[in-house]
Structures are given as C-alpha cells and as structure tokens.
Design a protein around this ligand. Structure first.
Ligand SMILES: Cc1cc2nc3c(=O)[nH]c(=O)nc-3n(C[C@H](O)[C@H](O)[C@H](O)COP(=O)(O)O)c2cc1C
Length: 473
C-alpha cells in the first residue's frame, strides 16, 4: 500500500493586532496585543515547532486601509493591520529558539529596490540556516503607493511586469554573483574569499540598474523558497514562472481544481511541472475535545467577529451599516449613488440585515471545519485526498489558542494516521522540508540559468501583459 499523502502545515500570521479575524483580538486570553514583544514571537515559534508545523507565514502591507468610509479611522480603531511592524525583523528571534520551523515572509516588489532586499533575504537565510521563504507580492493598497512617492497604484498587470524584472535582478545576485566555493577562509594565505569566484551582475533593464556583486555570500538555499498568492491571469503566469509554494483559493473543490490546473499549465509553459509547486489553501480549523466544545468555540468566534473590520479590510465602497436592515442591498446601493458593479461581492437581492449576518459566516468555505480531533482529521484527509491540496495555512482566531489547540488535539491524530512526520527528525532547509529533493532550486527553475555566472549578459524574455490600463487594481 502506498504511503498516505502528508500535510504541509503553516500558520497564517502578521506582525499586527488584527490580521484577518477582525474583532477577535479582544477575546479573553488572546495575546494579539503583545505583537510588539519579542516574547510573543518566541513563544509562538516554540508552540509551532512542538506541533511539527513546517512554517509560519507572515503577511504584510505597507499602507493603511483607508478607502472604507473615506478614511483610515475604522482600520485604526479596529487594529486592522495598523499598528503593524516589519515581518522580517521577528524571524531571527524565532529562528534562535527553533531548529525546524520555516519562515515565509511577505515583501513587496513594487516600492523598494531589489538590491537591498536581496541582501536582507540572504541574511535571513543564513541566520535561519536555510529556513527562509519569501512571499512575493506587488501590493494592493492605494495608501501604500502614496507612501512611496506615487499619486496612486501602479496598474495591476504593470506591477507584475516590474516584479518579473525585480526577480531577474535578485536571481542574478543570489544564484550568479558568487560561486559555491568562493569563500575559502584561508588564514595562512590571508584570503577570506577568492575574488576570481565573485562577480558583478551588471543588470541593466527597464526598471533597474544594478551592478553587484551581491554583498552576502551564498546562503544555504541561495534563493529563498518563493511563495505567491494570486488569482489573476497575470499573477498566474508570473507564478508559473517563479513560485514554488502557491496559496490557492477555492470556495469549492471544483474551484480549487480549476485554479491548480491553470497554474500547472502556466508552470508548464515555463518548463516546470506540477511537482515543482506546492498548493496551499487557507483553512479555518476550530477544534475542541468533542464536537460540542468546538461548536461552542466557533459560536463565540462568530458572534465576536467585527463587521466593521471585515468591511474596512475589503475596502467596501458601500457602508452597509449605514442602511436599515430591512431594505435590499440593491436599494442601499442606489441610495448611496453607486452602481451594482461597485459592490461585486455583495448579494444585491438580499436584505442589508441578511448581508451583514452573512459576512460573519461567508468567509468560511470548503476549507473550514469545526469539531473533535477525529472530525477535523477526517476533513483534512479529504482536503488532501479528494481536493488534492498539498497543505494548509491555518487561519488564527485566537493567539495562541488556535496553534495550541491544533498542536495538542489535531497533530497527534494526524501523526497517528501518517499525515504528518513523527516528531524530532533531522532539521533540514525549508525547501528540502517542502520538496524532499535538496536545498537549492531545481534546474528547471529560471533562476538557475545564472549559476556559475552563466547568462548574466543574456537577457531573459520578460513577461508582458497587454492590459495595463484596464486593470488598475
Ligand atoms: C493567503 C493570501 C495571503 C496574502 N498575503 C498578502 C500580503 O501579505 N500582502 C499583500 O500585499 N497581498 C497579499 N495577498 C494578496 C495577493 O498578493 C494577491 O494580490 C491577491 O491574491 C490577488 O491576486 P492577483 O495579484 O493575481 O490579482 C494575499 C493573498 C492570499 C490569498
């Protein structure tokens, strides 16, 4: 009999108060307000390591949510991703108290130059002994653009073209600038690094000019594990070329299958295959010692979710809370002087009251389960075997309750069923933990064309998308 498919287990985090479970930070015992303390991160990392989590995934934005009600006040009141701190800076602290936990952190390609990021990423890969992953985002908040000298957002597909060149630059630095045997540390000859094995990259492109050499020596993985979340055609093409771990949505099994198929087709267009990508879904798991205890917890979470927070996070153009509950959403849209296409995610035919109540539950689709450890493990096995997901990114309702409950109640059951590795294996790099075939990118990946300094002067065909102006975020 073949071995059961194993689960990749990630915790979804952000260096802030209220990441996605708005309103729940104020529940008794929730530690979210402690995110400024180093101890918050070290305690969390130790819980995750003891639960055999492959990684903690840190989201990030570089602006405030200020479109709902025409200002940032709702986000500020709710702690909705403001205050928030830099995701990269908490990683070394977590790495110091763990040996296996991986760290996937978000950094945007739209606003800061690639040279400094490449150096920071190499530093983190060294300090974590090869456990660093980078979630590539192009950023979606208008306020973020205004923080970096722009009047508004760069059009959606244009952002992916810039990101593609950003990636080309960092690949040259990470993969091509230094040879593996460049650092010799020869005390007798007084040679730290052999200069014949380090080179300029001399990148000259449409958006960036970078001479190099890379300032950091090769780290265990060289290129960090590349993460991406996407839904658009441009983003999918980009992921097909670059991403190794993809966050894919899907409210139904069919949605998920469609997303995987289009991403796989994009990967194949770039000489890669299904095996080169791990597909991760965001999952809500509420576990109790029995189904009843879990249902109780879920009721508490649901009734405390903040509708204001959800609306502000979504950048809603319509403030549903300003309309009577009995009118239809369509009537409220007309009253506010908006068009139906301004509120693509709202059910026009329902009443405002029904729509508001729906916001609390509608965020839980196919990949949600509340129940006993057996109920939860049964469902996760279905996600693995029937849907074909490779792993989950666990949504936090309560910190550290969500991670602790999963570790204490679900992990032993998954291990019994052969769905998670037993505790205490040899530490590896993050890439090896995810793919089991070594620390470095496989040779099918476009970044590897620069190995040994090859191709640095041979331009790569950039990704191009036609519809810059139509898709302004
Ligand atoms: C699980 C998940 C995590 C994400 N994390 C971030 C993030 O931390 N920062 C960010 O700017 N965007 C984040 N996004 C948004 C994506 O980067 C992306 O913009 C979005 O999925 C839409 O896809 P598109 O860019 O192809 O249109 C996330 C999306 C998902 C599904």
């Amino acid at each position: 009999m073949s071995e059961p498919k194993k689960l990749i287990l990630n915790l979804f985090e952000m260096n802030t108060v209220s990441h996605i479970s708005h309103g729940l930070w104020s529940l008794p015992g929730n530690n979210r307000h402690r995110f400024n303390e180093l101890e918050y991160w070290t305690e969390l990392a130790q819980i995750l390591e003891s639960g055999g989590f492959h990684g903690v995934f840190l989201a990030d934005v570089v602006g405030a949510y200020d479109t709902f009600r025409d200002g940032p006040e709702t986000a500020i009141r709710e702690g909705l991703q403001i205050p928030s701190n830099d995701p990269l800076l908490v990683i070394p602290a977590m790495a110091a108290v763990t040996k296996r936990l991986g760290f996937g952190a978000t950094f945007s390609t739209s606003y800061e130059p690639p040279f400094t990021f490449a150096r920071r990423a190499s530093t983190l890969d060294h300090l974590t002994k090869g456990r660093f992953g980078w979630n590539i985002v192009t950023s979606y908040l208008p306020n973020a653009a205004r923080n970096f000298g722009l009047d508004g957002e760069i059009p959606h597909d244009r952002r992916y073209e810039i990101a593609d060149e950003f990636l080309d630059v960092v690949y040259k630095l990470w993969e091509g600038s230094w040879d593996d045997d460049a650092v010799v540390i020869d005390r007798e000859r007084h040679v730290y690094t052999d200069p014949a094995k380090v080179r300029y990259i001399d990148h000259v492109g449409e958006h960036y000019r970078v001479a190099g050499p890379h300032l950091a020596q090769p780290s265990p993985q060289r290129t960090p594990v590349l993460y991406q979340a996407t839904g658009s055609p441009a983003g999918t093409e980009f992921a097909g070329r670059h991403a190794e771990l993809v966050f894919t949505g899907g409210r139904t099994t069919a949605d998920f299958h469609r997303n995987v198929a289009s991403m796989t087709a994009a990967a194949e267009r770039h000489g890669r295959s299904r095996d080169d990508i791990r597909f991760i879904v965001q999952a809500g798991v509420v576990v109790g010692r029995d189904d009843e205890e879990a249902a109780d917890k879920w009721r508490t979470f649901q009734s405390n979710l903040s509708v204001d927070g959800i609306l502000a996070h979504g950048g809603a153009r319509l403030d549903l809370t300003a309309h009577p509950r009995h009118v239809t959403v369509a009537e409220a849209v007309a009253k506010a002087g908006l068009e139906p296409q301004d509120v693509p995610f709202l059910p026009l035919h329902k009443t405002v009251g029904e729509a508001l109540d729906g916001l609390r539950s509608s965020r839980e689709g196919r990949f949600f389960v509340a129940g006993s450890p057996t109920t939860v493990a049964d469902q996760i096995e279905k996600w693995l075997d029937e849907d074909g997901v490779d792993g989950i990114n666990l949504r936090q309702y309560h910190s550290f309750g969500t991670a602790q409950d999963f570790t204490e109640l679900v992990v032993p059951e998954l291990r019994r069923r052969g769905r998670l590795e037993p505790a205490g294996g040899e530490p590896t790099t993050l890439r090896d933990a995810l793919f089991g075939r070594g620390d470095r990118l496989p040779s099918t990946h476009i970044a590897t064309r620069y190995r040994g300094g090859a191709n640095l002067d041979v331009p790569v065909a950039p990704l191009r998308f036609a519809d810059h102006d139509q898709r302004a975020a």
